[in-house]
Design a protein around this ligand. Structure first.
Ligand code: MOS
Length: 729
């Protein structure tokens, strides 16, 4: 039986707090943690499949042009080589993830260096890789590939444009004004598990084990790519070794494996090499951002300008939404916001962890620090003075808003010294030491979701949905929500995820996973509770359940009388989305050391205080924040995609050359979870967590670099070469 719930009104009741089981929010360890740590949780490439052939992608070595010939015979005669696939259905770009259709297909047209153009299939991986390297491909090179986003006339994204009041006038009238331009480099998702797929056909039915974030969309994309009905496709992603946006949509290996398996009549596995992952999946666009801030003598903003330039391939709808939170972050009645996209020939630009705010907030929060200095106001105080009452553009109320609490609680926990600041106040040997802070914001997203909950005759529960757990804790929080609602120890709740045979979840993306699928499980459990309540002559609201029993002592097994009780919960965000501006907020504080002679920055400690609605599991929530802060360190100091200006190829396409923070770069991190309930954000009063943890954090480090050594930088990442140039004598 299906139960539909569309949220149109805020739910500010405390019913989930008032329940008896008391497991919601508890810091339970991840259910699948042991399996992952012991290597028994199979990732996409690890499923045991008999008689599986191995495929290796061949990628283009030109930036723009056409494949004119592929010399198949040259490799088909090599030992163990089975086939060369250059079917016109091969995908040449990663899908964006919520498009509900196949990404670009047809390998003959080349749009970027590293684009997949064929697949070689062999008996072993080594044979396939060897043959792929020896495959002779001829191209017709098309002149005029655009490699530099600054060299073309960009397109304005009109729905992002805001002209409100007169910013130029406000800048001229302001007691304090700044006009600064920041740049950020491209980023890679750099998930640990490479993109991989195993495809198997049974007649006309296709099953693919893949590493994907959003099976609910991915099944449509794959069916579209192959010209099939969704009913004939099954996708399985039970464990995903990180996604960060790169697995939102199907990528090239998924379609390649399916086409190859059909052609060679046996299962085919395709695993992208680390270099291929960097070259073929989505990158985060580099950005150039101009910030204009105009403030009165008290530091209150009267003008706010944020204009950004990003890039993408021709034909792609996505533009890094740099301004997403700038629209409502701070007040200022005179506003100018604009986003432009330059068309260039690099791999698809798309969602990489916290698209938009991940780079927009570090620029805005860097600029706020410049303004604080100019106005002679403590940086925390400057932000407190500029928190708007309502959304400054839409005029909507905020669903809930904990920025002030995050700033105050974060400052307190960190030991922030209030007051106007001066750089270069502390030196120990070669090292300048300083502190910095920044606000965090990440819009709250929520999505339609379905989940089936079955209360088994033996009193255990089963949750089924095609939702994924990409390392975030989905398995665990769903067991907690169902456990809380049904009065069961979460150990008695079996959670089955990542299989399109189950009801459609929302997918893991945009930090909407937990609130969306959690709400679907909530809706299903509420319907089960109604049924149980009726059996004992009460109403759902009054039903008390704890450890498999009602308050009056009836056990669930007795009530079920030998029958399973199943409900499919269907949650939909309703009109409420139009009534509020909903966002998570937070504050970052960092202490860094900067070497006077080398410009090297070390982060010594960092703290984030975040408000994102109900905490469903204090441990997994905290882990998400720690992951986000770690990303902040990468954005601030090390991460940058570097493209060759001559031929456009990605130069640093592995983890040796693209520097994500490693254990030694990640110091003492602390997280404050600020108490919040957001009844308008979701029926379970939760908002998104994961991405908020990195939205602005890089600016806390940048601002600390300035406070430490007096080097004011406007370009991320702040590598030693840049710091040393900006360092005063
Ligand atoms: Mo996220 S970048 O939407 O996985």
């Amino acid at each position: 039986m299906k139960v539909h719930f569309k949220q149109d009104e805020p739910d500010n009741s405390n019913r989930l707090d008032g329940m008896q089981q008391g497991v919601l929010g508890k810091p339970l360890p991840r259910i699948e943690g042991l399996a992952k740590a012991t290597g028994t949780a199979p990732y996409a490439a690890e499923y045991p499949v008999e008689n599986c052939a191995e495929g290796v992608l061949v990628t283009a070595t030109i930036t723009r042009g056409e494949v004119t010939s592929i010399d198949r015979e040259s490799v088909l005669s090599m030992p163990g080589v089975i086939a060369v696939i250059d079917d016109e259905k091969l995908c040449t770009r990663a899908a964006q993830g919520t498009a509900n259709e196949a990404p670009m297909q047809g390998p003959a047209q080349v749009c970027y260096w590293g684009q997949p153009i064929a697949l070689v299939v062999a008996e072993t991986f080594e044979k396939a890789r060897d043959a792929a390297k020896h495959l002779n491909v001829e191209y017709r090179v098309e002149e005029g590939a655009t490699l530099d986003p600054g060299a073309v006339e960009p397109e304005e994204q009109e729905d992002e444009t805001v002209h409100q009041g007169d910013l130029a006038h406000a800048m001229a009238e302001a007691a304090h004004s700044i006009d600064v331009t920041y740049t950020t480099k491209g980023h890679a998702s750099a998930a640990m598990e490479p993109h991989a797929a195993i495809a198997e056909w049974d007649g006309d039915k296709l099953t693919v084990h893949a590493s994907l974030q959003m099976l609910n969309y991915n099944i449509t994309e794959l069916a579209d790519a192959l010209d099939m009905e969704e009913d004939d496709v099954r996708l399985i992603s039970r464990y995903v070794g990180g996604g960060f946006g790169s697995k939102l949509g199907i990528s090239e290996e998924v379609v390649a494996a399916a086409l190859a398996a059909k052609q060679v009549g046996r299962p085919v596995r395709v695993v992208q090499s680390r270099q291929q992952v960097f070259q073929t999946v989505m990158r985060r666009s580099e950005t150039t951002q101009r910030l204009r801030l105009a403030a009165d003598s008290e530091g209150k903003l009267i003008g706010f300008g944020h204009e950004a330039l990003v890039s993408n391939l021709p034909g792609e709808a996505f533009a890094e939404p740099v301004l997403q939170s700038s629209h409502f972050m701070y007040g200022g009645e005179n506003r100018e916001l604009m986003l432009k996209v330059a068309r260039i020939h690099r791999m698809t630009a798309g969602s990489v962890r916290a698209p938009g705010e991940a780079v927009g907030m570090p620029a805005l929060e860097g600029a706020m620090d410049v303004l604080a200095e100019k106005a002679g106001i403590d940086p925390v105080e400057l932000r407190l003075r500029n928190i708007p009452e309502d959304d400054p553009e839409e005029g909507l109320p905020f669903s809930s808003h904990k920025l002030a609490e995050c700033l105050k609680q974060g400052a307190e926990a960190f030991g922030w010294e209030n007051g106007p600041r001066k750089p270069r106040q502390r030196r120990e040997g070669e090292w300048w030491i300083g502190t910095g802070m920044a606000s965090a914001a990440r819009v709250h997203n929520i999505s339609e979701a379905k989940a089936r909950v079955t209360l088994k005759a033996d009193g255990a529960a089963l949750v089924e949905t095609d939702m994924t757990d990409i390392g975030t804790g989905t398995y665990t929080i769903l067991a907690q929500i169902a456990g809380e609602m049904l009065g069961l120890d979460p150990k008695r709740v079996l959670v089955e995820l990542g299989d399109t045979r189950h009801p459609r979840g929302p997918g893991s993306g945009g930090s909407w996973g937990a609130a969306s699928i959690g709400s679907a499980v909530y809706v299903a459990c509420k319907a089960i509770r109604e049924e149980l309540a009726a059996k004992i002559g009460t109403i759902e609201d009054k039903l008390e359940l704890n450890d498999g029993k009602t308050a009056t002592g009836e056990s669930l097994t007795d009530l079920l009388e030998g029958k399973d009780l199943a409900r499919e919960g269907h949650y939909e965000p309703g009109d409420i989305e139009d009534d509020y501006t909903a966002s998570g907020f937070g504050a970052f504080f960092a202490e860094v050391r900067v070497n006077h002679y080398t410009g090297e920055t070390r982060v010594d400690r960092m703290l984030g205080a975040f408000g994102f609605g109900r905490v469903l599991n204090a441990k997994t929530a905290r882990s998400q924040c720690i992951g986000g802060i770690t990303w902040s360190i990468g954005v601030a100091l090390t991460e940058a995609l570097e493209f060759d200006p001559q031929d456009g190829h990605l130069v640093n396409c592995d983890l040796a050359e693209y520097h994500v923070p490693v254990h030694r770069d990640v110091p003492d991190l602390d997280v404050v979870l600020v108490e919040e309930r957001d009844g308008a954000a979701s029926p379970i009063q939760a908002k998104g967590i994961g991405e908020l943890g990195m939205c602005g954090g890089a600016a806390a480090i940048a601002n600390a670099i300035y406070n430490a050594c007096g080097a004011r930088l406007y370009d991320y990442p702040m590598t030693p070469d840049r710091v040393i140039v900006a360092m005063p004598d």
